[in-house]
Design a protein around this ligand. Structure first.
Ligand SMILES: Nc1ncnc2c1ncn2[C@@H]1O[C@H](COP(=O)(O)OP(=O)(O)OP(=O)(O)O)[C@@H](O)[C@H]1O
Length: 361
């Protein structure tokens, strides 16, 4: 059974739509990330699921039980959902164990203690039970917050930017540990993030939002490799915008000819989006290939980013193996891997370059 479903849910602040979701489903045991730019309605969606906001119209259900519609509204305390926010707000005057036991009001003293201990064991902090929050690192405090949220066995965990208070190194580790734990426990999770990398690392499914609406929903691979529009393509990863002139079934570009399916619209000039890793950098000039000049070269450890300018003035960034770090001023040739090339003739109506994927050799 699906755990959380939104149907035609609308919410407004001051008469302006903040969320307008036709259908959203978080399947049992899945981790779904709400992703999108600031103000797109991610937190409002989470607050609606938690019962901290009431929808103007539509229906929200958990495990088939209606939580909110035009007649019913179940308050947050009765939804059996776990909440975790950026500011995980542990009680400073309570021990770690008492923090975890805090929400277990329906259990007797002994059971409460046992459950809190078991949860601390699960997050690897059993030996810190008697400490106070200020005696723990940021990552450990975050784990206490997770234990506290999971202790009452919520039907679904709702997490709003839970890792954004942690520094980068810690964030990656805590994120991976949290993910492992949530998966082991089979917990259903709806999580908010504005960071595409975080969403791609964590999520079974990403829900990309803009202006309160869902733009695209699917796996990280689907969103990255088959974006529905230019917004989706550029939100999930870097893209180069390349001007293309149509000539029959070919778009002529500075990066070489790109075949176009016959279904494409009749535009003669259009923008084509190209992922940096789809541009292959050829260190030796090949007169048969598009050729330009290196204008910027950065080694980022795992790979290099190389900016190449063409005679036309157009400039693209190629992502290449870090062993290549060509000098500025070097002439070079490029070739394209068509799997990272997107053509969007009309908003929301993606065209993909003819498959199977091949290079424009
Ligand atoms: N309490 C409020 N009163 C009025 N407007 C609000 C309130 N909370 C949010 N909004 C507005 O609703 C819209 C959606 O906000 P929301 O916080 O859900 O976005 P978000 O995607 O979570 O943004 P962020 O990533 O910045 O947290 C925004 O336009 C915001 O300004």
């Amino acid at each position: 059974m699906s755990n959380l479903i939104f149907r035609n849910v609308r919410h407004q602040y001051d008469g302006v739509n903040s969320v307008d979701i036709e259908y959203l489903e978080v399947g049992a045991g899945k981790l779904v990330c709400l992703l999108g730019p600031s103000g797109c309605g991610k937190s409002t969606t989470l607050r609606l699921a938690a019962g901290l906001e009431s929808p103007m119209s539509g229906e929200i259900s958990i495990e088939g039980e209606v939580m909110a519609n035009d007649r019913i509204f179940v308050g947050p305390e009765d939804r059996r959902v776990g909440l975790m926010f950026q500011d995980y707000a542990l009680f400073p005057h309570l021990t770690v164990e008492d923090n975890v036991a805090f929400g277990l009001t329906q259990l007797g003293g002994k059971e409460r203690r046992a459950r809190a201990r078991a949860m601390l064991e699960t997050v690897g902090l059993a030996e810190s039970a008697r400490k106070y929050p200020h005696m723990l690192s940021g990552g450990e405090q975050q784990r206490v917050a997770l234990a506290r949220a999971l202790a009452p066995s919520p039907r679904i965990m709702l997490m709003d930017e839970p890792f954004s208070g942690l520094d980068v190194v810690l964030r990656n580790r805590v994120r991976d540990e949290t993910l492992t734990l949530l998966k082991e426990m089979g917990t259903t999770v709806l999580m908010v993030t504005h960071d595409p990398e975080e969403a791609m690392r964590m999520a079974d499914e990403i829900v990309l939002m803009r202006d309160g609406r869902i733009v695209q929903q699917g796996s990280a691979g689907a969103l990255y490799n088959r974006p529905v529009d230019a917004f989706a393509a550029s939100f999930l990863g870097d893209v180069n915008t390349v001007t293309a002139h149509r000539n029959g079934d070919i778009f002529e570009t500075d990066l070489g000819p790109i075949p176009v399916s016959a279904a494409s619209n009749g535009d003669t000039v259009t923008d084509i989006l190209v992922r940096p890793e789809a541009i292959r950098f050829l260190p030796v000039v090949n007169p048969e290939k598009p050729t330009g000049t290196v204008v910027l070269s950065r080694n980022l450890g795992a790979y290099s980013l190389v900016d190449v300018q063409f005679e036309s003035g157009m400039r693209v960034t190629a992502r290449v193996a870090s062993m290549y770090q060509p000098k500025v001023g070097t002439s070079c040739s490029l070739s394209l891997n068509l799997s990272g090339v997107f053509i969007f003739p009309e908003p929301g109506n993606a065209q993909y370059v003819d498959k199977p994927i091949s290079n424009t050799n």
